[in-house]
Write a protein that binds this ligand. Sequence first.
Ligand code: 7PJ
Length: 279
Amino acid sequence: MQSTLQFGRFNYPWRGQGVRARVMGILNVTPDSFSDGGNYQSLEFALSHAEEMIEAGVDIIDVGGESTRPGSPPVSLEDELRRVMPVLYAVRDLGPAISVDTYKPQVMREAIIAGVDMINDINGFRAPGAIEAVRDSDCALCIMHMQSDPQHMQLAPSYTDVVAEVSAFLRERVEALLAAGIDPRRLCIDPGFGFGKTVEHNYALLKATSRLIDELNLPLLAGLSRKSMVGAVTGKPVEQRMAGSIGGALAAVAQGALIVRVHDVAETVDALKVWHAAQ
Ligand code: 7PJ
C-alpha cells in the first residue's frame, strides 16, 4: 500500500515505496527562544539562517513566532504576525517547503495566503476558528498533542496510560478535522514531546512511535531536538544536545516517523542519509 502526505506544493510518500524521512529545520523568530532565538529577530538573520539550512539539505523550514518553552507567556496576535509574516514571504520561494508553527487562526489564515505548505499547530486545531481557517487549502496540518498549556504544562504532567491517552486525543482531533470535510491526506500527527510530559512519558511515547502511526493510520512528525528528554539521559545542557537529539531522531525514523523537527539540520541530514543507505 502506498500513502502520501499532501504538503501544499509537495507530496511526501510516507508508507510503501519511495519513503524518505524529511528534515524540518526550526527557524525561530522569537526574541526569547531558549536555544537560538534572539539572534534571528531581524529578517536578515532569519534569511541567513534559512540559507544555511538550505545549504545543509533541509526539506521543510518551520517558522515560529511564539516561544512555547515551558512557562513562556503568550504573544499577541499583532506581535506574532509582525514577526512571522515577513519571514514567510521571504522564504516561501527559496526551494524548501514552508511550515508555520502557530495555534492562532488569524496567523493560519495569513500564512495560507502567503503560501505555506504546512500549518503546524501545537494546540491540535482546538482554538475556535482554527479548523475553518485551514479547511479550504491544500497545506498539510500537523496535529500535536499537548496537556494543559505552555505556561502550566510542566507543573504536574499526569496520565494513567500516556500512550493510550495521546492516541485517543489525536483520534478525536483527526475526527474533528475530517468532520469539517478536510482531506485525510493532509493530516499528520505528533505526540508533542515535552508538552505536558515527564521524561518517562516522553520515552514511552517515543517507544510507541510505530504504534501511534498504526493506530491513527497517519504519518508522524517527531520533535525532540535539544529537549529536556535528551538532557535527562545524556546529562548535557541544551547547547550540547546535538548528538543525543540525532539519536532520538533516528529512533523515531526507525519506527516509521516521516518528519523530524530539528535545530541541527546538516548533522541530521547526514545521519539520515547513512541510516537510509543501510535500509
Ligand atoms: C514542537 C513544535 C514539537 C511540533 C515546538 C521546542 C519547542 N511543533 N513546536 N512538534 N516543539 N509539531 O522546539 O523545543 O515537538 S516548540
